[in-house]
Ligand binder design. Structure first.
Ligand SMILES: [Zn+2]
Length: 460
């Protein structure tokens, strides 16, 4: 009869609010109505007995009477309700949410858990070490019994796995478990009326997939400027399901983008040797474009990439987020990769500058130029290796050199060491494998459009 005890304890706390107390009781009554159907006078007795209240349990006689008067199915139903509620009450999962700057020990102490309890968890096995890598907003769930002893702890490590620490034979034991993860294929298609984002939104695809789509085709199509009304896309992508519920989108498997009448196809393929996954066209050519490591024939590197250096002209310490290649005035400077001119002109201490955009992620900057290639225009495409300008010393420069910057998603990276995107085609020896694995996917993508055409034909 633990249930009745608990409910009356609750009532006692609320004694100064009779109305609330009664409503609480009314709610409780619905649940335990079966039990107290024959003892409904109890509440008023309770009220009279206050404040020196003692929990009232039905007497042995009452229980006997109840048992006698209730039919067997009623008794079973009563027991089920009691079992459920007792179970919920005796076990208490607490959710501890990790805050910025939290360590596990800080999280525990905020939750009034002791160092000893923490030690016990940490000594419960190797899997428990995952708890040393908690991140803000992570949730650690802890189950304690009535004495406050930790019975279990659960922590979602990532989408695929979780940590479960459970008390077995008196000792906590940690184990990493795998969720049932399933990858399903989804598809979407759309035609652009005003923007890619709106079209993608109408097609029901997430922002992540749109960004991925723009990233894949961004080497050939400028999604900010080249998009035309009537451009269309089709995309096959993965959806990740955990225990039967969708948790997130996976990667794009294959996609087609039609821009101004030109069709671009991309299919995902993992090189069996390197394990590297890239997007290729159906002929096995990478959709990424190559970069030259060095855009100029230089005599020496006069200044390297650093976050702090003494500036010889400004006479103060400042970072140098590029590489200086000393070269004779007038030495041709080549475009590091296929791309588009997004800036040509003067920029303060940089002097004459050219900035190229390559795909959606990369930009290269060429500064202190003597002069530009006369044919160079902002918005025009350039080919890798094409001469874009000539070495000079415009702006703040001690002598003729090219100041070269390489930016990934707007962040300066060291041009000498940055991992440049590979543009290698599928190696010849893997072409058979490539065709075998990608042709069903491409056929599936193709089928999407024929479905659409059928659908259109039917509606006409
Ligand atoms: Zn420089």
């Amino acid at each position: 009869m633990a249930l009745i005890n608990k409910d009356f304890r609750f009532e006692q706390k609320r004694e100064r609010h009779p109305a609330l107390r009664w409503s609480v009781f009314a709610v409780a009554s619905v649940v335990i109505g079966v039990v107290i159907a024959k003892t409904s006078s109890t509440p008023s007795q309770t009220a009279d007995a206050l404040p020196s209240f003692q929990p009232v349990e039905p007497s042995r006689d009452e229980i006997a009477r109840l048992s006698f008067e209730l039919t067997l199915p009623e008794l079973q139903a009563k027991q089920e309700i009691l079992d459920t509620i007792n179970h919920e009450n005796s076990k208490q999962w607490r959710e501890l949410t990790v805050k910025s700057g939290d360590s596990l020990s800080r999280l525990f102490s905020r939750a009034k858990l002791t160092q000893q309890q923490l030690n016990e968890v940490m000594e419960s096995g190797d899997a428990a070490k995952k708890l040393t890598k908690i991140f803000p907003k992570d949730v650690v769930r802890i189950l304690t019994d009535e004495e406050g002893t930790i019975q279990a702890l659960r922590y979602e490590i990532d989408t695929e796995s979780y940590l479960l620490v459970e008390r077995e034979y008196g000792e906590l034991a940690a184990k990493e478990h795998k969720h049932a993860i399933e990858t399903r294929t989804a598809h979407a298609e759309g035609t652009i009326e005003s923007s890619l984002f709106l079209a993608a939104n109408d097609a029901g695809i997430s922002e992540n997939i749109i960004m991925e789509l723009a990233g894949i085709f961004g080497w050939d199509v400028d999604f900010a400027l080249d998009i035309r009304k009537g451009d269309s896309f089709k995309v096959l992508y993965e959806e990740i399901y955990r225990n039967g519920e969708k948790v997130k989108d996976g990667d794009i498997i294959a996609a087609e983008f039609i821009n101004d009448g030109d069709a671009y196809l991309a299919v995902r393929y993992t090189n069996p040797e390197t394990g590297r996954t890239e997007y290729y066209n159906p002929e096995g050519k990478s959709l990424r474009k190559e970069f030259l490591r060095t855009p100029v024939n230089f005599t020496r590197i006069s200044s390297r990439f650093t976050t702090k250096r003494y500036h010889p002209v400004l006479h103060k310490f400042r970072s140098h987020k590029g590489v200086d290649y000393a070269a004779k005035r007038g030495t041709p400077i080549r475009a590091a990769g296929d791309g588009k001119v997004i800036f040509k002109g003067k920029k303060g201490g940089y002097g004459k500058v050219v900035i190229l955009q390559h795909g959606s992620k990369y930009t290269t900057v060429y500064a202190h130029l003597n002069s530009y290639n006369k044919k160079l225009r902002v918005g025009k495409k350039v080919k890798q290796g094409q001469t874009i300008a000539y070495v000079g010393s415009s702006g703040l420069a001690t002598g003729p050199h090219l100041h070269y910057e390489f930016r990934v998603n707007g962040v300066h990276r060291n041009p000498l060491t940055v991992r440049l995107p590979s543009s290698q085609p599928v190696p010849k020896r893997y072409m058979a494998d490539f065709q075998l694995t990608t042709s069903p996917v491409l056929a599936q993508l193709d089928l999407l459009s024929s479905d659409t055409q059928v659908a259109l034909a039917e509606t006409e």
